[in-house]
Ligand binder design. Structure first.
Ligand code: BGC
Length: 750
């Protein structure tokens, strides 16, 4: 077990220009309607005296709206304005005992300070449990696990004294080079929605308010100077061309609704997420944090969101437009919505009193609805955290995330047949941390080298380790070993995209492709373990016997990878993102207008053809397809039955473990949607349902998947509504988007 060195990330200083400009009209008020709008966490995780006090608005028999109206009536204008901006500059550095963000309350009325923390794969203040990165969670395709994942982070956030957690990241992976790809759930809106909803439900069940981010679409960081791997976390905001803080994503309304907004819609409607973080970038000309279409028309108008919107750090630009168009809170540095600026805007009549009430009311109502004010303050104390239990959970997630991309039978390893094993690559002996706000400093961790060595030496197997820095020494270590395990990683970071998709990108001083090729030439039994946050190119795959994608594996990496390599458990992962053969196959390839953008405009002109949708539509063969992942056993699919009922359908089929080992399978259902017209193209297939199964040898399971009306719908831009086109909807079921076992092309016709 290893202890880490504390390694906080460095923030690039951001100059914030405060401009008071003419605002647009005030959105209509949303307060005052109906009963409870957001369910409180169930069951409340902490009981104890309410910190609300003895005020009329503390009566829990009243609805959150009623309580909000009472408190608003009590507050002065200056007090209301004081709630709009954050109050802590340095917490973002992530030091122990601090919070990523703070919003001071109002002692006169017993309104407490509200504390905020990152983030999507662990809590980022001092030390915490680093879970496998969200891309790995998505690779589990396990909704129940995603719920527990969110709950574990909710638990740590609460035990570090936080009320709100800045997560999950539900931005879709449009380009695999995007620096924050590891932080999201891959390229499919349905899979991302399922993961996001489960994460939020889990976190909010622990009594913290979740925060779906970054709304939207924050799908690139920009191309710029790549920090060296020795300096993880530096610099944030380094993306220069197409940089996240300025790029204008030009996205048509159908693509927005069907692809990029879908996980946010699910977070709002299904998971009742309490807050949303607006992104740095612009959408169709207007900054996300003052984008009326995003923040008011869609979020509140179409989806009925009743929580509050807060800005990404320094993403708020114009106070008047932000307030009038839907931003409720500017957590850091809190100067765009600072008291002097907002007071001036209100005094000048640029922001109305009703708008001010609406902005503050959105926060108060959420805190009332989630019980934030009706319990004692949470206490920051790492000793309250079940650190060992959380580390074991990280291992459980990782076992289920490990994705076996290729295997000619060399895996699982049989220790009784081994005399010497070579472990090559510094990544075998390292905690994998990625830079930025999702970079977690673990309480403790183990490494693959440590756990493999324990296991092998206990069985009398000789272990040779070489860090791979000098290829000749690594070749010597690998030569003559029964198996060579080569560990490699990518370098991904918030603030700048990878300049290319290979393992040898600029900024990575190691030529890892050459290392793999050299080892494969020296040892015929070479197995590559990838520790990458997103797809990479695998030009050497024909020369190696197996490839195991471990993602960014979290604190129990050593145990989980060892257990899967030895077959104690089946590799449970399936790809949440396509691994291309070459960069030229990507939807954005060869078109700088699409990516990284020209003149700070990025045209999403590939439309809905993101990820496998593009590969299918263009008939391109990926290296490893979306949904792909091998097992140590085999599965049969049979007896597909599709039943239609109005606009919904039920799909039943059987999955049988036809091999001799216990195994995990992800049964995937894809639908082919007819195109309503030539200008509304549909990809050949779209993921609509899935189920993760664990089956004993010979065991069969009947899988029942339901398709609701939305599964058959497209977003009709003209009517601004979901529509179903007449035609047939072939159903395809199988092991991946390119390994379909059963088809029914005729039942679902309308
Ligand atoms: C990131 C957010 C994060 C915030 C606070 C920003 O740079 O984009 O995701 O929550 O920092 O750390």
């Amino acid at each position: 077990m290893k202890k880490p060195s504390l390694n906080t990330f460095v923030l690039a200083t951001t100059a914030v220009l405060v401009v008071v400009a003419c605002g647009s009209s005030t959105p209509s008020g949303l307060l005052g309607g109906g009963g409870p709008v957001i369910p409180p966490p169930n069951p409340p995780p902490v009981s104890g005296p309410s910190r609300c006090g003895e005020h009329p608005w503390c009566d829990v028999r009243l609805s959150p709206d009623e309580r909000t109206a009472l408190l608003l009536a009590e507050l002065t204008q200056a007090e209301k304005i004081s709630l709009l901006g954050g109050d802590n500059l340095s917490g973002v550095a992530g030091a122990e005992g601090t919070h990523t963000g703070t919003g001071n309350g109002i002692p006169r009325v017993d309104l407490p300070t509200i504390y905020y923390s990152d983030g999507p794969m662990g809590v980022r203040s001092g030390m915490g449990t680093a879970l496998p990165a969200p891309m790995g969670l998505a690779a589990t395709w396990d909704v129940a696990l995603a719920r527990r994942y969110g709950a574990m982070i909710g638990d740590e956030a609460r035990n570090k004294g936080n009320d709100v957690v800045f997560a999950p990241t539900v931005d879709l992976m449009r380009v695999p080079m995007a620096g924050r790809s590891f932080e999201g759930y891959g390229e499919d809106p349905y899979l991302s929605s399922r993961m996001g909803v489960a994460w939020i439900t889990g976190a909010q069940s622990e009594g913290v308010v979740a925060n779906a981010k970054h709304y939207a679409p924050n799908s690139q960081e920009g191309i710029g100077a790549q920090p060296p791997p020795e300096l993880p976390g530096v610099p944030l905001g380094g993306g220069v061309v197409g940089g996240r803080v300025s790029v204008d994503a030009r996205v048509d309304d159908r693509t927005l609704h069907e692809i990029y907004l879908a996980p946010f819609e699910a977070a709002v409607k299904e998971a009742k997420v309490g807050s949303i973080m607006c992104a740095y970038n612009r959408l169709n000309g207007q900054y996300a944090c003052e984008n009326r279409y995003l923040l008011t028309d869609v979020l509140r108008g179409e989806w009925g969101f009743k929580g509050y919107v807060l800005a990404d750090y320094a993403a708020a630009k114009n106070p008047v437009d932000s307030l009038n168009n839907g931003l409720d809170f500017d957590p850091w540095p809190g100067v765009v919505l600072n008291s002097n600026v907002v007071t001036a805007a209100v005094t000048a009549g640029l922001v109305s009193a009703a708008t001010l009430d609406e902005r503050v009311g959105n926060m108060l109502r959420t805190w009332f609805a989630y019980g934030v004010l009706d319990r004692p303050a949470y206490v920051y104390d790492n000793a309250q955290i079940d650190q060992e239990g959380h580390a074991r959970f990280a291992g459980e997630v990782e076992e289920s995330a490990l994705t076996l991309l290729q295997n000619d039978g060399v895996l699982p390893l049989d220790v009784t047949k081994l005399k010497t094993v070579a472990i090559i690559g510094v990544d075998a002996d390292k905690f994998q941390k990625r830079g930025g706000s999702a970079g977690i400093t673990p309480f403790f961790f183990n490494t693959p080298r440590e756990k493999l060595t324990e296991r092998l030496t206990a069985a009398g197997v000789e272990v040779r380790y070489d860090d791979g820095s000098m290829s000749s020494a690594a070749v010597t270590a690998a030569t003559g070993a029964d198996v060579a395990l080569v560990f490699v990683s990518d370098y991904s970071i918030e603030g700048s995209d990878r300049p290319c998709l290979s393992l040898n990108c600029l900024g990575d001083v190691r030529d890892q492709d050459a290392l793999i090729e050299a080892i494969a030439a020296a040892n015929p039994n070479t197995v590559v373990v990838l520790e990458t946050g997103a797809p990479v190119l695998t030009p050497w795959r024909g020369a190696v016997r197996a490839i195991l994608e471990a993602w960014i594996p979290g604190v129990d990496a050593g145990n989980a990878i060892t257990r899967v390599l030895f077959g104690d458990v089946d590799p449970g992962g399936r790809l949440p993102a396509t691994f291309p053969n070459s960069e030229a196959d990507l939807p954005t390839a060869g078109d700088p207008m699409r990516y990284p953008g020209v003149g700070e405009r990025a045209e999403y002109s590939e439309g809905v053809l993101i990820g496998y949708r593009w590969f299918d539509a263009m008939e391109k063969t990926p290296a490893f397809a979306f949904g792909h992942g091998l097992s140590y056993t085999t599965f049969d699919y049979r007896n597909l039955r599709v039943t239609k009922s109005g606009d919904t359908a039920t799909v039943r089929f059987e999955v049988r473990n036809s091999g001799s080992r216990r195994g995990r399978e992800v049964a995937q259902l894809y639908l082919s949607l007819p195109a309503p017209s030539a200008d509304v193209p549909q990809p050949p297939k779209v993921l609509k349902a899935f189920e993760k199964l664990t089956l004993a040898p010979g065991e069969s399971r009947e899988v029942t998947l339901t398709l609701d009306a939305r599964a058959f719908s497209y977003w009709d831009v003209a009517s601004k509504s979901w529509r179903i086109t007449p035609g047939c909807y072939p159903v395809m079921v199988g092991r991946s988007s390119r390994d379909l076992r059963l088809t029914d092309a005729t039942t679902l016709c309308r």
